[in-house]
Design a protein. Structure first.
Length: 622
């Protein structure tokens, strides 16, 4: 709906303000008719992603066709985006200068010519606008004096006897009166009343020229009838602004046309007034529809603001996520541009809300990539250290412990995150070269290992035969566990077999182990504990063993804490669901989950105790 202030502004433009604009520059009317007022619409937000060169290409050729006031309004609206472009250019230039200039000497920023030209254009337009105001005020005052002079001349004509030239003199004064346009607002009505009164006095007093007067009034009547038709024709005019400009023009012409025959005076005025009211009501209804559409557009843009908030106020963990959300924001901007104008009182506010989400998103994105850059630099340092260690291992050619150490370095390499793209290939090639150098040397060194592998295969086959014999026995000796443990230790101490035989013999070993566990259930826990002690002792004997076993201990503690937290949640949920209709079924499910988690906690606690036992024995040795 149209606001009260906007309605008053339209009425003021229709009744008085528009005529002053036409009086000052009649070309405005012609311009509105020819262009169908398209250039009068202006949406500043459409320039937010434009460069300063593009803004200048738009505004510079347009200014000669606009009034100084309109030019200044558009220039001030565009200045926000020109200043934004300038700040971004300064920041970018400063960043580039900082990277390229290692000295402390500050290089002055060179202002591009388009910014100087834009500022000069604003300054020139401001000066022209100010001069125009002064000129208009001076012109108003001079026009006031001229009309005062015309009134004095009219008074002299009325006071003197009429001559053959009197009517012509009055007509000349009327034409002169019409040519004088803009006046001080507080003088318009007073001058018009004096002028109208003097004209009526002249025509009433000088009845000698009744025939001429009646002919003149008849012409005025015909002219005003034609004005009524012109007003009604505005019903077909699609442009609102053009309609109001023309309606104001017709009112001015009606007002400044001389009197009509008295018997038609009221009738022609009512006819003209009725036609004007009809047009005004029609256009007012159209304005209401436009304002209603603007309100709908406002609601659509508010929805886009909400969508932008959901995107902008989240922190994403992957660069691809930021890229995806950036594309979504750009899509929202495209939708924003396709939505029409909003009410003027809300236009700037809703735009700033939308724009602020962009700013927040870009700030967060820049922070993310700054941190990512730092992390990549840190990762590069870590990988450089790994390369140095790998190169050292490759040179020492310690084939007994070197392989384990190198594999640990490979695992560590995989755990380290990405490095700067320009360094990634080179650092990877350096690490891979060290690994290849070591393993190629190892391959040459272990050519004679095939004989040893065959012997190892025979030894492991012997252990498998012993395990098969134990699996076929029906009785369980007291020393059965010691036998299994001894065989297990013997198996672990035997070296590698050939690659082709490894999977087959290991699979058979595991199958026999499973078979023995199923047959001798009571030994399973004891054997598993023994295996874990063996595993942690082997881990502790490796390079960085203490660190690795501490990591294992930390992981188990974290799992226990997670299980306990889950237990607390389940126990709280049990109380909540205890009163529900299906409580029995739900309670059983919860109890099963609790029992399962409790078993897991017990098992992990046992593993934790084993680690502590191994670490304690190692401490006592040292």
């Amino acid at each position: 709906m149209k606001t009260k202030s906007e309605t008053q502004n339209s009425e003021a433009f229709l009744k008085a303000g528009g005529i002053q604009m036409i009086e000052k520059d009649p070309a405005i009317l012609k311009k509105a008719i020819e262009s169908n007022q398209e250039e009068f619409y202006f949406e500043p937000s459409s320039f937010q992603n434009k460069t300063t060169q593009e803004i200048m290409a738009y505004i510079k050729p347009l200014i000669p066709n606009l009034s100084y006031k309109e030019s200044l309004q558009r220039l001030n609206a565009l200045k926000t985006y020109v200043d934004k472009n300038l700040n971004e250019l300064k920041n970018k230039t400063t960043a580039i200068t900082s990277e390229e200039n290692s000295s402390d000497v500050m290089i002055p920023f060179q202002l591009p010519s388009e910014y100087s030209e834009f500022n000069a254009l604003i300054h020139q337009t401001q000066q022209q606008r100010e001069e125009e105001k002064q000129r208009i005020e001076k012109e108003k005052h001079n026009n006031y004096l001229k009309k005062q002079e015309i009134l004095e001349n009219l008074k002299k004509i009325i006071e003197n006897d009429e001559t053959d030239k009197t009517i012509r003199e009055v007509k000349d004064l009327q034409n002169e009166w019409k040519k004088i346009k803009i006046l001080p607002k507080d003088k318009v009505e007073v001058l018009w009343n004096q002028y109208h009164k003097l004209l009526d006095t002249f025509y009433d007093k000088h009845s000698i020229n009744i025939e001429l007067k009646e002919l003149d009034r008849q012409k005025n009547l015909n002219f005003k009838i034609d004005l009524c038709k012109k007003v009604l024709s505005l019903q077909e005019e699609p442009s609102l602004k053009k309609s109001f400009i023309l309606l104001t023009k017709y009112h001015d012409e009606f007002k400044n046309t001389g009197p009509v025959p008295k018997e038609y005076n009221e009738e022609i005025w009512q006819r003209f007034k009725t036609a004007s009211d009809e047009i005004y009501q029609q256009k007012k209804a159209k304005i209401s529809l436009i304002e209603e559409q603007k309100e709908q557009n406002l609601e659509k843009k508010k929805v886009l603001v909400d969508k932008a908030i959901l995107i902008a106020r989240q922190l994403y963990e992957k660069p691809s996520d930021w890229k995806e959300k950036h594309a979504e924001l750009n899509q929202l901007m495209s939708e924003w541009k396709n939505i029409g104008p909003t009410p003027r009182k809300d236009s700037n506010k809703v735009w700033m809300e939308f724009k602020s989400q962009y700013d927040e998103f870009y700030n967060n994105r820049n922070h993310f990539f700054d941190q990512l850059k730092k992390e990549k630099a840190s990762n590069l340092e870590r990988k450089l250290e790994i390369c140095k260690k790998a190169e050292k291992i490759a040179k020492t050619l310690d084939f007994k412990s070197g392989e384990k150490e190198l594999k640990l370095l490979q695992n560590e390499w995989r755990e380290v995150g990405p490095v700067p793209k320009k360094e990634a290939e080179a650092i990877w090639l350096r690490f891979r070269t060290s690994c290849d150098e070591y393993f190629n040397a190892r391959k040459e060194n272990f050519k004679d290992r095939r004989v040893e592998e065959k012997e190892n295969f025979i030894k492991k086959t012997s252990i498998l035969n012993k395990l098969e014999a134990i699996a076929t026995e029906n009785q369980q000796d007291d020393d059965l566990f010691d036998k299994l443990k001894s065989l297990q230790k013997e198996w672990a101490q035997i070296g590698h077999v050939s690659y082709k035989q490894k999977d087959t013999i290991n699979k058979k070993y595991k199958e026999l182990g499973t078979q023995l566990f199923e047959k001798f259930k009571k030994l399973e826990g004891k054997l598993k504990t023994s295996q874990k002690i063996e595993h942690y002792n082997n881990l502790l004997a490796m390079p960085n063993g203490e660190k690795q076993i501490s990591i294992e201990e930390f992981k188990i503690k974290r799992r226990i804490e997670g299980f306990k937290s889950e237990l607390d949640t389940l126990e709280n949920n049990i109380q909540f669901f205890a009163k529900s209709k299906n409580a029995d079924g739900i309670m059983k499910d919860f109890e099963k989950k609790i029992e399962k988690i409790q078993r897991q906690v017990e098992q992990h606690q046992k593993d934790l105790n084993v680690i502590r036992q191994v670490k304690r024995k190692e401490t006592q040795k040292s």
